[in-house]
Write a protein that binds this ligand. Structure first.
Ligand code: HEC
Length: 294
């Protein structure tokens, strides 16, 4: 195999290794990008929930189609008002998000869910179990086909106990609507559930066209040309010359001149090889002269 061939092989293997490390880096970056996006969605959900929780209940005077659920009803001179507690309002927000959002969808769910629409799927159930067994776990994420899944735990605070502690303390509307056996008996600090976020995964089919842009390809071709020209001109061409010169000397053509930089001025190994062959040639000339004299 020629040096050119061997070097090209080394070049491509090096390229593959560099590409491999690049892919590993990109994979981490992709995970981080998706996690950041999911975290932002979860933060929004928490803020929205906190806004509703701040008033205890938000009251609406009209039940929009598809959003007819309410926890309490207040009859006033201006007609009926319907109360939506934080969890219910969050579920309605999630319904809207899941219908209209192009990217992120979310669900607040629990292993002990009151609301059938909040039923967890396999990923969500295993995330809840993971948060229950490891209190320091701040999130769980992963890929499911082309979907990125993310879950963050929701812990029970003092204010939650009113409706998730002892059923005796619970507002009658909660008992009337959900019964007294579902999602009660929690203590402060317990994992009550999770915020679960789904995002379309960033796939390699999506990344490759971005990476194979004209500039990237041009730079790659330039890198290959640079290496190709270097091996051709600096190594191979000079090795071929050296071989030709040495062959000529071996055939008795002692007038052959060798063009190289003196090893005292050059660190180049081919110059050193040239110099050695030149010394050999000079020795041959001396031996020939002595042989002629005799
Ligand atoms: C006013 C009563 C009330 C309070 C206070 C309350 N919840 Fe709830 N919670 C409910 C009701 C009612 C539901 C069911 C809502 C629905 O139908 O979607 C629920 C549902 C949930 C769910 C969704 C799973 C399910 O059961 O369907 C989670 C998670 C949850 N609550 C956590 C909390 C946390 C954490 C707190 C305290 C920060 C809290 N809740 C405070 C009444 C309450």
């Amino acid at each position: 195999m020629s040096i050119q061939m061997k070097y090209s092989l080394v070049f491509f293997v090096t390229l593959a290794l560099v590409a491999g490390s690049f892919v590993a880096g990109l994979t981490t970056l992709r995970d981080q990008v998706l996690r950041n996006e999911a975290e932002a969605v979860a933060d929004q959900v928490i803020s929205f929930r906190a806004w509703v929780a701040g008033t205890g209940m938000i009251w609406v005077d009209k039940l929009a189609p598809g959003f007819t659920d309410f926890l309490a009803e207040k009859k006033t001179a201006h007609g009926s008002f319907y109360g939506k507690n934080p969890a219910l309002a969050t579920r309605e927000l999630s319904t809207i998000a899941n219908k209209t959002a192009l990217r992120a969808t979310f669900l607040v769910t629990s292993d002990e869910y009151r609301q059938p629409a909040n039923k967890p799927d396999a990923f969500e159930s295993s995330a809840i179990a993971a948060f229950k067994s490891d209190r320091d776990l701040t999130y769980v994420d992963g890929y499911q086909g082309n979907t990125y899944r993310y879950a963050r735990p929701i812990f029970v605070k003092k204010g939650c106990l009113k409706c998730h502690g002892n059923p005796k303390d619970a507002p009658p509307e909660v008992i009337a609507k959900y019964g007294s056996d579902k999602a009660f008996g929690y203590k402060v600090g317990d994992v009550r559930g999770i915020i679960s976020v789904k995002l379309p995964a960033i796939t390699w089919q999506g990344i490759l066209p971005i990476m194979s842009n004209p500039i990237a390809i041009t730079l790659l071709v330039l890198a290959f040309l640079l290496n190709f020209i270097f091996t051709k001109r600096v190594i191979i061409k000079r090795l071929v010359n050296l071989t030709n010169d040495a062959t000529a000397v071996a055939k008795g053509k002692l007038s052959t001149t060798m063009d190289y930089t003196d090893p005292g001025k050059s660190n180049d190994e081919i110059d050193h090889a040239y110099h050695a062959v030149n010394l050999l040639k000079k020795s041959m000339i001396i031996i020939m002269k002595r042989a002629k004299k005799k």
